[in-house]
Design a protein around this ligand. Structure first.
Ligand SMILES: *Cc1c(COP(=O)(O)O)cnc(C)c1O
Length: 474
């Protein structure tokens, strides 16, 4: 006891309990009703126009009203039958731990701000590296999502490659720097091209390599590209789920460049997690040969948003690019410190943000509960579900234009027009939700099983709903 104990803030205690109750009510119903709110359910959103800064409402009222809006209009992406984009649900422990983390409200910028946050962050980061089978010296850093992770990695690659050419970006900037080539594939995720653009490469400057029938970069089609070169590979094509042949790509790079002349980055937003499963790990062969990796916790790991992870084989490369204390000052540069040590694990100096949530907390809690066996099971289960879904559709006469990879599948219903109509009818039906995509020039329904709560019954119901939607438009 330190001196006089103040009373806890009753209002805060009450509101937190209320919010937990209201969240509980939502969770109890998240698997019922429509997956995507129809126009009538979305009517509730119009009421938001009546809210104003001039007429404040009591807090309990605001929470109750918000809860009603959520119950009517939240997309049930946590309810087992949301198959759109690549959208994770919430693993129960991760969700619950995020509530605790919200109550703690720790600032994860620096260990000095919260030794507890730093301790949890360091262990969660080590577990992630271990689960993904990456080199043990690699440094994982939690960030807002894979887009942010790609950006951090691309900047770290750029600055490292240029440093090896004797050019400090921190000191001399980019104007007048030696050129760095970039190689990626026609199937690179839009967030990769965005990261490159933000880091100074126009899309026209990027060497874009052809892909094969599964959307994988064709190593035999890589043109001769001058060094130094940044190669951005993909694990987990958002349409087919398949991964670039990383071992071949790494061998190609090794044969064509000296070690200081290239950097291999892997955008593995969801696909990198295949490395955590013995039965899916073959998709990840060679992943450990890269220099950096971007992945998400909020997709396949099913932590709440927003939670991504950037991993550097050498933490000093992240620190050189992201240090907020001018990295070029004497004694501060990665070159000056000699080698990575855990004292350098300062999140604000390894990523884009200064103040930040301790995103490691839900990750730590989930991994502590599931362990490596539980994570492997989560990965395997989603892969099984998507294969089962594709098989059921195929039995119903649907064309599956590419063999499903990992947790993704495509489905095609004859013509583009019919395919679009089936997607719309499926969405309108409300049993499940799937989006549309264009795959190799043709429209297709895109199916992703990324929610930890999806069951076999969900897959059965979803397949039936999609087949019924097809019948309804024929
Ligand atoms: C989702 C995704 C991203 C972007 O991740 P965010 O977490 O949404 O920023 C990047 N690459 C791939 C392959 C993805 O699937």
């Amino acid at each position: 006891m330190v001196g006089e104990e103040a009373q806890p803030d009753d209002n805060k205690v009450q509101l937190f309990a209320d919010a937990a109750k209201l969240a509980e009510r939502y969770i109890r119903h998240e698997r019922h009703g429509r997956v995507f709110p129809d126009a009538q359910a979305q009517e509730v959103l119009k009421g938001l126009d009546d809210w104003s800064l001039e007429s404040p409402r009591p807090a309990d009222r605001v929470l109750a009203d918000l809860a009603e809006i959520g119950e009517a209009a939240a997309v049930r992406s946590t309810g087992g039958r949301y198959l759109g984009f690549v959208t994770g649900g919430t693993e129960p422990t991760a969700l619950a731990a995020s509530l605790l983390a919200a109550a703690w409200d720790q600032n994860g910028a620096l260990p000095a701000m919260s030794p507890m946050a730093a301790a949890i962050d360091a262990i969660a980061a080590r577990w992630v590296v271990e689960l993904l089978g990456l080199p043990t010296e690699s440094v994982a850093v939690f960030c807002g999502g894979a887009s942010v992770a790609n950006l951090i990695a691309v900047v770290a690659a750029r600055d490292s490659l240029l440093m090896k050419q004797g050019w400090s970006v921190a000191q001399a900037g980019l104007r007048g720097s030696p050129p760095v080539s970039v190689i990626t594939s026609t199937e690179a995720h839009s967030s990769v091209l965005k990261a490159l653009r933000v880091a100074g490469w126009g899309t026209a400057e990027v060497h874009i390599v052809e892909t094969d029938a599964l959307g994988r970069l064709r190593v035999d089609a890589i043109p001769h590209v001058p060094s130094p070169a940044l190669i951005v590979a993909q694990m987990g094509n958002v349409n087919t789920g398949h991964c670039d042949p990383l071992a071949d790509l790494a061998a190609w790079a090794e044969a064509n460049y000296s070690p200081d002349e290239y950097w291999l980055h892997v955008d593995g937003a969801f696909g990198l997690w295949s490395a955590a499963s013995a039965t899916q790990r073959h998709h990840a062969t060679g992943a450990e040969l890269a220099d950096s990796w971007a992945t998400d916790a909020h997709k396949w790991l099913n932590t709440p948003y927003d939670s991504g992870i950037v991993i550097g084989r050498n933490g000093l490369d992240l620190r050189r690019a992201m240090s907020a204390t001018a990295a070029y000052l004497p004694g501060q540069s990665p070159e000056a410190v000699g080698g990575w040590s855990d004292d350098l694990r300062e999140p604000m100096n390894l990523g884009l943000q200064m103040s930040q949530a301790v995103r490691a907390i839900p990750v730590f809690a989930e991994l502590a509960v599931l362990g490596s066996a539980g994570i492997a099971e989560l990965i395997d289960r989603c892969c099984r579900h998507v294969s089962e879904l594709a098989a059921r559709l195929e039995q119903g006469g649907v064309e599956i234009p590419a063999p499903p990879g990992l947790n993704q599948a495509l489905a095609r219903f004859g013509t583009d027009e019919v395919t679009n109509a089936v997607v719309t009818a499926t969405q309108d039906g409300g049993v499940c939700w799937a989006g549309a995509t264009t795959w190799q020039g043709h429209r297709a329904m895109r199916l992703s099983v990324c929610d930890a709560s999806t069951t076999e019954a969900d897959i059965e119901r979803s397949a039936e709903a999609i087949l019924a939607a097809w019948r309804s438009v024929r």
